[in-house]
Design a protein around this ligand. Structure first.
Ligand SMILES: [Zn+2]
Length: 399
């Protein structure tokens, strides 16, 4: 849209958090937990820009990890969370309880050294430090075209997965992230002037409740032991159709069948998929089972099946797709995981602020895929080539 005059930079601790939002033509930097420095890929650069090298020389990560992680405010004021010490939260290795304070200088030795910062709110602060260095180093927002900074805070995800949504740790993370966002907005106000920039904020997912916690509160749920289910299924197919490794892989609620073996034995893949789907439905916690064939040949227009189909990749997805009951997860007894299409994990905020955005709120259903079309309409440029959402009219029509 600007003949490449616009600068696009993605920044995150996670590689995918930086590169995916920056797109194919942007630049991306992420945290290397082996070196404690921000890195890129030769896809973007042969050599790090000077401003990145200068940032890395400071080794900011060491100063963040030399301080303890304690609560920002007195812990008794944290009323949006449950008791700090409970059996449902994941622990750091080398610490008996999932409780404040966390001695990071000590814990880094047994928790991946530099990698530990990702699981603390200081991961957000460090990411912001780097993002501000990127704005300056790349002289972003100083030219005639609109530049785009895709800043992804990865720590809420790590903290959310380990401690769950009801934890003191998550509450503290958001109180601290709020301060980081204040620092960002103050910087933008000071550097570009109010209303000379537009910010949007959203998330890739929320945090599902820890299943064991909910069960302890009489809410139905549980952890599905996928490996046990897969081995029972393997035996079922074995008994009926003979020896062989029938299931090649099981990941993210999807099973990948041995298509070669199915062909060799001259079985009908679709019929076998349906047979497996019915077999799997006998397990507690498995709510729906869809087949790859159904995903390719039907159009699902409602609920979780529609979500599943939107994420179904004809070339790469599994042959069997499972949806668990609400409250159910795959994974261990502590912490929480991904993979549910229910609102407690899919509802995330979408906030727009700044240039041409008037104050207001709406509880109308919108999705994160609406963000790119909304920005495109605001900037009066073409939609990105893979865009599937719709502009959020509450924002674009107030121009
Ligand atoms: Zn996650």
């Amino acid at each position: 849209a600007s003949q490449k005059r616009s600068k696009v930079v993605g920044v995150a601790i996670k590689d995918r958090g930086a590169s995916m939002p920056a797109g194919h033509m942007g630049d991306a930097y992420w945290f290397d937990s082996n070196t404690g420095e921000f890195m890129t890929s030769s896809y973007y650069h042969d050599k790090l820009p000077t401003w990145v090298e200068k940032f890395n020389e400071k080794k900011i990560v060491d100063s963040y990890l030399s301080q303890p992680w304690n609560t920002l405010y007195p812990i008794e004021t944290y009323t949006a969370s449950t008791v700090d010490d409970n059996p449902f939260e994941g622990k750091f290795s080398g610490k008996e309880t999932p409780t404040f304070p966390y001695d990071l200088a000590e814990l880094r030795k047994t928790n991946g050294e530099y990698g530990l910062i990702a699981s603390t709110p200081f991961g957000n602060s460090m990411t912001l430090d780097f993002a501000l260095a990127a704005l300056e180093g790349e002289q972003m927002g100083m030219g005639d075209e609109t530049d785009f900074l895709a800043l992804s805070f990865s720590s809420p995800d790590y903290i959310g997965h380990r401690f769950g949504p009801q934890s003191k740790e998550v509450e503290d993370n958001y109180l601290r992230l709020d301060q980081d966002l204040e620092r960002l907005l103050n910087y933008l106000d000071k550097t570009y002037g109010k209303d000379n920039y537009v910010v949007f904020l959203s998330a890739d997912h929320a945090v599902a409740e820890i299943a064991t916690h909910m069960v302890s509160e009489n809410v139905p749920g549980g952890n599905l032991r996928t490996s046990a289910v897969v081995s029972e299924l393997q035996n079922f197919i074995f008994d009926k159709y003979g020896a062989g490794k029938w299931i090649i892989n099981s990941s993210n609620g999807q099973l990948f069948l041995n298509r070669e073996l199915i062909r060799e034995k001259e079985l009908n893949q679709e019929a076998l998929e349906n047979e497996i789907a019915l077999f799997l439905l006998k397990f507690d916690g498995i709510k729906d089972v869809y087949t790859g064939t159904a995903m390719r040949t039907s159009a699902f227009t409602k609920g979780r099946a529609e979500l599943l189909q939107m994420g179904y990749n004809h070339k790469a997805s599994g042959d069997i797709l499972m949806i668990l009951e609400p409250g159910w997860l795959t994974g261990g007894a502590t912490g929480t995981s991904h993979g549910t299409g229910f609102t407690y994990d899919t509802n995330v905020p979408i906030l727009f602020y700044g240039w041409n955005v008037s104050a207001g709120e709406s509880s109308r259903y919108a999705t994160i895929t609406d963000i790119a079309p909304t920005l495109s309409m605001m900037l009066d440029i073409k939609l990105p080539n893979g865009a599937t959402g719709q502009p959020i009219l509450e924002i674009t029509d107030k121009k």
